[in-house]
Design a protein around this ligand. Structure first.
Ligand code: PLP
Length: 438
């Protein structure tokens, strides 16, 4: 009989797959996923952060169940219901800003970013968008066209999109970590001076591009630059916002107030839900220009409200800061231990529970160890953990933010063992050949 993976290959379109190993999931609980047959895997991805509160959080389950038992239609397109309006109000209270503001409710980070970008173009009457090399803002429309990751992969860039270098202190595009912020800001400034820029879009921590953490001061400099030129700043908090960076918003670290903020992933507690918070004059018109029939869906918005309540009730940002420091400490200890495989850890970086383990062929050249990353995530799956890589060679460690101290210790153990054993040749080229990855 065909396995689930074989049936998937025969039935589900490859166009929507990003696979790293033959992961089959039947259920989940807390920080764990269960394969058919009962093997449990420690989830160190949280479905790319979409299950930020883990699997089956009681508050989310209860909210979904109640909403499903009192069906209130399927979306906010032509009717309102208490949770769509309530979620918008909750988000307005949670996001800094002044003046009349509105909330767009959508399905995914992709449509949230796309709508934010289109709305900025429409409201300003300008066409150019400044984005960063290797950024990721989504897989549709303008969001896709200004995603450096897609452009890297050969997808056509948006005709009026421009890409500037993101400040990466580990692999500085200037050759010197001390100058990356100034050089990035200068590149943005040059574009803004040329005019016709509708907005700048930025991830406070660049995730799919390789979990790149910019030096402090970059975002505040960017915000100041945008203000000076009268250009809107969109902060894309889809991946590492809502508690994960150890703060409610990752832009809080630089104390800025972006003009628009996009949310997704964690917001839905595992269900499709996204949002953009921004000025009314940008998000209010033209009417009916961003229509998804089931946007503002009663079940998703009920889940979203439960997620936001839980972030506060369970002090999730504080928990992410604490568990993140523990995990970074354990990974750093291994990197400095001189144990087999530790020499391939070029850099361990992150904030809170958004951690990148940058694997290199050697620490002097910092050459990306893509092959090792591919094999290490495969080995981790064999050993009982789910973790993926970004930027070709960076293990992206983003477990559910409810992970316990014991589970963090297990995470460090499985990750370091997977790296050493993969480096030791326990995973063959044939095993990873079917997984083109990212
Ligand atoms: C920063 C960022 N923005 C937007 C998106 C798009 O979100 P989605 O895949 O939910 O459409 C992603 C997805 O990885 C992301 O990381």
């Amino acid at each position: 009989m065909a396995t689930l993976t074989e049936r998937d290959a025969a039935a589900v379109a490859g166009i929507e797959k990003l696979r790293f190993f033959p992961l089959e999931v039947e259920s989940g609980s807390g920080s764990w996923l269960t394969e058919p047959g009962g093997r449990r895997l420690l989830d160190l991805s949280a479905t790319w952060t979409a299950c930020g509160l883990g699997h089956g959080h009681p508050a989310v389950t209860e909210a979904i169940t109640k909403a499903a038992q009192r069906p209130a239609g399927a979306g906010g397109l032509s009717a309102v219901h208490p949770d769509s309006v309530g979620l918008a109000e909750d988000l307005l209270a949670l996001v800094p800003g002044s003046g009349e503001r509105r909330v767009y409710l959508g399905h995914a980070g992709s449509d949230a970013c796309d709508v934010a970008l289109r709305a900025c173009r429409h409201a300003t009457g300008r066409s150019r968008i400044v984005a960063f090399e290797h950024s990721y803002h989504g897989g549709v429309g303008v969001a896709m066209g200004v995603s450096g990751v897609h452009v890297d992969a050969g997808a056509p860039p948006d005709p009026a999109g421009v890409f500037v270098p993101f400040p990466d202190p580990y692999r500085p595009h200037t050759g010197d970590p001390a100058t990356v912020v100034a050089a990035s800001l200068a590149a943005v400034g040059e574009q803004l001076t040329m005019g016709d820029v509708a907005c700048v879009i930025v991830e406070a921590i660049q995730s799919d591009g390789g979990l790149v953490v910019p030096p402090d001061g970059f975002l505040s400099g960017l915000s100041e630059l945008c203000r000076r030129h009268g250009v809107l700043l969109i902060c894309d908090e889809v991946k590492v916002g809502l508690g994960r960076p150890g703060l409610l918003h990752s832009f809080d670290r630089d104390g800025i107030t972006p003009d628009l903020v996009a949310f997704g992933k964690t917001l839905g507690g595992g269900l499709p839900l996204s949002a953009v918070v921004g000025p009314a004059e940008i998000l209010d018109g033209p009417t009916a220009s961003a229509l998804l029939t089931t946007a503002g869906n009663p079940i998703c918005t009920a889940a979203g409200r439960a997620v936001l309540r839980t972030l506060e009730a369970e002090r999730i940002p504080e928990a992410a800061a604490e568990r993140g420091a523990q995990l970074m400490g354990l990974l750093d200890d291994f990197a400095g231990s001189g144990k087999a495989g530790s020499e391939f850890l070029g850099d361990v970086r992150g904030r809170g529970l958004a951690i990148g383990v940058d694997l290199v062929t050697d620490r002097d050249s910092k050459a990306r160890a893509d092959d090792l990353a591919r094999k290490a995530v495969y080995r981790a799956w064999q050993l009982g953990a789910v973790v993926y890589y970004v930027g070709g060679n960076v293990l992206e460690v983003t477990p559910p933010m409810i992970i316990s101290a014991d589970e963090v210790a297990q995470a460090a153990e499985v990750l370091t063992t997977a790296i050493s054993e993969a480096a030791d040749g326990l995973v063959t080229d044939e095993m990873v050949a079917p997984y083109a990855g990212w």
